[in-house]
Design a protein around this ligand. Structure first.
Ligand code: AMP
Length: 576
């Protein structure tokens, strides 16, 4: 049973495994390594994942979901083909496809996976990622932060000496920065910073605005279809600039041909507001790491948006030297995840590697605000960027006279007012009734490397209450329900009952035939099976049509054979 590493991306997902001292990417049956993280519903076929779904994004937008990773851990729902799906369920479909691809590629069952998540994913988002893996039939012992995976990949590829890295992971919807120190076999994440809503999509939006401006158009004035067409053109033109110095944009809108020219200088100019935000994140992480830009040995560029020359240009100006690009920026995180799979499998060359991580957000409890009684404030227990595992114990006193109970509300986030942060849970405990400030409780937060937060609260009488938070998994019953649903909607064409019945008929013909006819039937079974397993819509449909046609043909042949055998006596008469 193999362990694989998965980069479950916003735009594309990839998997890798550890082989002969290095991480290798896993390919699907067509040789592709990138699986678009897109799910669609196709009438009469059910749910499709990957390229087949991506092709339908424009034509069947209502029945196709993309970029759902951005909404992981939220209440957002998608309705595809009448079925309501959460981002967790959609991610489960992507993971299921990855598991199957990997099992096919490696020719063994995949038992465990290491999945990467953005460093800024909160506990709900992490829990939902784990649950999605559970639904997809994968055991996930550990989620690792994407930039940590990138640092590991970088270290495996080019690091022997002590070095300080800054991993710049710029994807479709997110930007993650990690300040990493590497020495001997240790990769220590010192600080992380990022923005969950800053990525290539924002650059596309800036290009759309530029295109509209150039053509005297208001984006809101365009129809939904026109907006989608301009957005697509914007992304294509942006990507075109990673290989060409100038791109001509052209699209017909409302019967008018609209045009604009996009080149590096224009793109640099229109990305300025985004670069200003990125610069702020650099300041933030350098402060948190108590460092300066000159102390960074290498800045490693990761993620699809790192392919943009303008981003490289901006970073070169900021850094005073060229950043490092490790091959294909799309693949670095997956390679790191594959290397981590090697650590889990205790691979010879990598088992002693130690990857430490940090808590990317502050964890704390709400305490009374003396000046504003109904607006509690956050009292941090574990501060962001604390190295994991971490345990902290603090004492809190009552604020009300003869108070009988204290409610300890647990939050995650950086906001001043408790309720502006993410509420994680609550523990209630009795206290000895005394004048305000005299009764006390002690609160202990323990946050481990797997992102599990254990909160224990103890009163003066040594009575204890505790709660285990975060990274919850599905109960057996929930899992069973999700698995069943998934099996129904994601049945591969070869396993659909009607196709199974059809193949059984061919097998019957095979068993009842001899010689040339038997060979012909074997050939038919082979072709139909190949078509049904191809994963390509057109070939699946061809195989189904071909099978029906051959069945009819063989039934006819059988009838003729019977008529010949019984000297022209009618089959029906004879049966009676
Ligand atoms: P990721 O989330 O890492 O897969 O990155 C996806 C983002 O990378 C999307 O915004 C893409 O438009 C962008 N991207 C992909 N390829 C290129 C390219 N060749 N040049 C510029 N941006 C790209």
């Amino acid at each position: 049973m193999a362990v694989i590493g998965i980069d479950l991306g916003t735009t594309n997902s990839l998997a890798a495994y550890w082989k002969d001292g290095r991480a290798e990417l896993i390919r699907d049956e067509n040789g592709a390594v990138l699986l678009p993280s897109v799910v669609g519903y196709v009438e009469d076929e059910g749910f499709v994942v990957g390229e087949a779904a991506k092709e339908r994004l424009l034509t069947h937008a209502g029945d196709t979901a993309a970029s759902f990773k951005c909404f992981m851990g939220t209440a957002r729902e998608y309705t595809l083909g009448g079925k309501t799906c959460t981002p967790m369920e959609l991610s489960a479909m992507v993971l299921e496809r990855i598991r199957k691809n990997a099992a096919f590629y490696l020719q063994e069952e995949i038992e465990e996976a290491v999945i990467t998540v953005p460093a800024y994913f909160n506990d709900r988002q992490r829990s939902d990622t784990k649950k999605a893996a559970q639904i997809a039939g994968l055991k996930v012992e550990r989620l690792i932060n994407e930039p940590s995976a990138a640092a590991l990949a970088c270290r495996m590829q080019c690091g022997e000496e002590d070095q300080t890295l800054l991993v710049f992971d710029f994807g479709g919807g997110t930007l993650d920065l990690s300040y990493v120190e590497c020495f001997d076999n240790v990769i220590e994440i010192i600080a992380v910073a990022g923005d969950n809503h800053l990525g290539g999509d924002d650059i596309d939006r800036a290009v759309v605005q530029y295109f509209c401006r150039e053509n005297g158009l208001e984006e809101e004035g365009l129809s939904v279809g026109e907006q989608a067409a301009v957005r697509k053109l914007a992304e294509q033109s942006k990507c075109g600039l990673s290989t060409q110095s100038e791109v001509r944009m052209e699209v017909e809108l409302g019967g008018r041909l609209c045009r604009a020219v996009l080149n590096e200088d224009i793109l640099f100019e229109i990305c300025m507001p985004l670069f200003a935000k990125i610069k702020q994140l650099f300041i933030h992480i350098l402060e948190d790491a108590d460092s300066r830009i000159s102390q960074i040995d290498d800045l490693v560029m990761v993620g699809g948006s790192s392919k943009l020359q303008v981003v490289k240009r901006f970073l070169t100006e900021l850094l005073g030297k060229e950043p490092v690009v490790l091959g294909d920026t799309d693949r670095v995180v997956a390679m790191g995840a594959g290397a981590y799979a090697g650590i889990r499998q205790r691979g010879e060359e990598i088992r002693d590697m130690l990857l430490t991580d940090v808590c990317p957000f502050t964890l704390g409890i709400g305490v009374t605000n003396r000046n504003h009684r109904d607006k509690n404030i956050l009292s941090p227990m574990i501060e962001r960027n604390a190295t994991l595992p971490m345990s902290v114990r603090n004492r809190f006193v009552t604020t009300g006279d003869y108070q009988k109970e204290i409610s300890v509300k647990i939050y995650q986030g950086e906001e001043y007012y408790a309720d502006d942060n993410i509420f994680l849970g609550e523990v209630r405990i009795d206290v000895v009734p005394k004048p305000a400030g005299q009764a006390w409780i002690e609160v202990q937060f323990t946050y481990d490397i797997n992102g599990i937060l254990h909160v224990a609260v103890e009163n003066e009488l040594a009575q204890q209450k505790q709660i285990l938070l975060a990274n919850q998994t599905l109960s057996e019953a929930e899992l069973e329900r999700y698995r069943k649903e998934m099996e129904q909607i994601m049945l591969p064409p070869i396993q659909k009952p009607e196709n199974q019945r059809m193949l059984a008929r061919f097998i019957e013909y095979f068993e009842n035939s001899v010689g040339e006819r038997r060979e012909r039937v074997a050939e038919m079974i082979d072709q139909i099976t190949a078509g049904l397993c191809s994963g390509r819509k057109k070939e699946i449909r061809n195989a189904e049509e071909m099978a029906l046609h051959w069945l009819e043909q063989m039934e006819r042949e059988e009838d003729i054979q019977e008529i010949l055998l019984f000297d022209g006596a009618l089959k029906g008469d004879w049966l009676e």
